[in-house]
Write a protein that binds this ligand. Structure first.
Ligand code: THU
Length: 130
């Protein structure tokens, strides 16, 4: 199954009764395993979590740390754009050259790298002593 197909499948499980905007995300790790996540909203709106965060949590819980590829899909006019927080979460576990495929349900895709999605990312080097 392609990574986009994995993201499309998990999107069906999204809990999005408030936005009615279901999102699916899939991550392939350096070891070749695939982890998926969907958005899980909450009646206390800020407690909701994004699809990317769910996929990353599943990956880390399984003992994996190195993202090799990401795919995100939603039913949007243009391929869905990860929020700023999710871009930072992906960058925690992915090098700048890692490909991120964004898709909508009409089969339109856009390809980016992590560095293109989050130029000038805050990383641990910024905490080095001057
Ligand atoms: N959402 C995601 O899960 N990932 C994204 O990349 C964009 C937004 C979710 C959060 C919320 O449940 C819904 O989409 C509307 O913002």
């Amino acid at each position: 199954m392609s990574l986009i197909d994995a993201a499309r499948a998990v999107r069906e499980n999204a809990h999005a009764p408030y936005s009615n905007f279901k999102v699916g995300a899939a991550i392939r790790t350096a070891s070749g395993k695939v982890f998926t996540g969907c958005n899980v909203e909450n009646v206390a709106y800020p407690e909701g979590t994004c699809a990317e965060a769910g996929a990353i949590a599943a990956m880390v819980a399984a003992g994996e740390r190195e993202i090799a590829e990401v795919a995100v899909i939603a039913d949007s006019p243009d391929p869905v754009s990860p929020c700023g927080g999710c871009r930072q979460k992906i960058a925690e576990f992915a090098g700048g050259a890692v490909p991120v495929t964004l898709a909508n349900m009409d089969g339109v895709t856009l390809s980016y790298t992590v560095a293109e999605l989050l130029p000038g990312a805050f990383d641990k080097s910024h905490m080095d002593a001057p």
